[in-house]
Design a protein around this ligand. Structure first.
Ligand code: SIN
Length: 273
């Protein structure tokens, strides 16, 4: 019988759609092929996966322990499930800026799995960018400046602003902050990736403020180059599974007042090295 499994790359550097898979019934060989595609492509996409929240959690748990978001209350009875939702009453959406999920944590998540339920008629795409490609495109001089430097990632400014916009009282809570290498080595692929993002990265502590600001501004612009990116057009029951260690993403909010809705689970990662 013909093998139904196929991988269709979206660009040479990032993203692939995987077909011929039922994520509710994953045998071990198929799971291993998905794991390999995840490592090779940075973000993988599936279509027509009508799975329950329990199945989505079980899928995530095959890749690692699920984590609770530091600012999101989660779905009733499922605190590890983040509701991604926007409609005509929304004043903000999650992820509308280039970022890697919760990079402010000591051990930022290795990956996130988003299952989309409702999509707008037009728009609502998510952009993904390869941080391997972003690192590899730098000059040797810039690479040697960055290799060995660290950066402070702070969840406070972004999460407090998000709460202020929706009128949520955070009760003065503390948010995660951490110092990570600017260039991290992926624990599975062994490749180097840039690890700074405009949502959470605030400072390069080894440099004077003015130099830190200039280098971060350059890197935040650099990672947005179109040749590092792919763009995913959602359909109901599409799933995206991205690797936060070597990609960033940006959710485009161009569909107001339409509704876009789904669930995300997030998988624990290691301390970047
Ligand atoms: C996010 O998890 O950052 C949101 C992604 C999206 O809504 O496309």
């Amino acid at each position: 019988m013909a093998d139904p499994f196929s991988i269709r790359p979206l660009t040479p550097v990032i993203g692939a759609e995987i077909h011929g898979v039922d994520l509710d019934r994953l045998d071990e060989p198929t799971f291993q092929r998905i794991q390999q595609a995840f490592t090779d492509c940075g973000v993988i996409f599936f279509r027509d996966q009508d799975i329950s929240v329990e199945s989505q959690k079980a899928l995530g748990e095959r890749f690692g322990e699920l984590v609770i978001h530091p600012n999101d209350p989660g779905l009733d009875g499922h605190p590890e499930v983040m509701i991604i939702h926007a409609d005509e009453t929304s004043v903000r959406v999650a992820g509308e800026r280039w970022h890697s999920d919760v990079s402010c944590a000591e051990c930022p998540p290795m990956g996130s799995i988003l299952h989309m339920h409702v999509v707008p008629e037009h728009g609502g795409d998510t952009l993904f960018a390869s941080m391997y490609a972003a690192y590899e495109a730098l000059s040797d001089r810039m690479k040697s400046l960055l290799d060995g430097l660290t950066a402070i990632h702070d969840g406070g400014p972004y999460y407090r602003e998000a709460n202020r916009l929706i009128g949520r009282d955070d009760g003065g809570r503390e948010y995660p902050h951490a110092e990570h290498p600017i260039v991290r080595t992926h624990p599975v692929s062994g490749r180097k990736a840039l690890f700074v993002n405009q949502m959470f990265t605030v400072r390069i502590p080894e440099l004077p403020q003015v130099e830190s600001d200039a280098i971060l501004a350059f890197l935040f612009a650099h990672v947005q180059r179109p040749d590092f990116q792919c763009r995913f057009r959602w359909q109901p029951n599409s799933i995206a599974f991205w690797d936060n260690r070597c990609t960033q993403h940006h959710a485009v909010w161009d569909y107001w007042p339409e509704t876009r809705s789904g669930f995300r689970v997030t998988i624990r990662g290691d301390r970047p090295s």
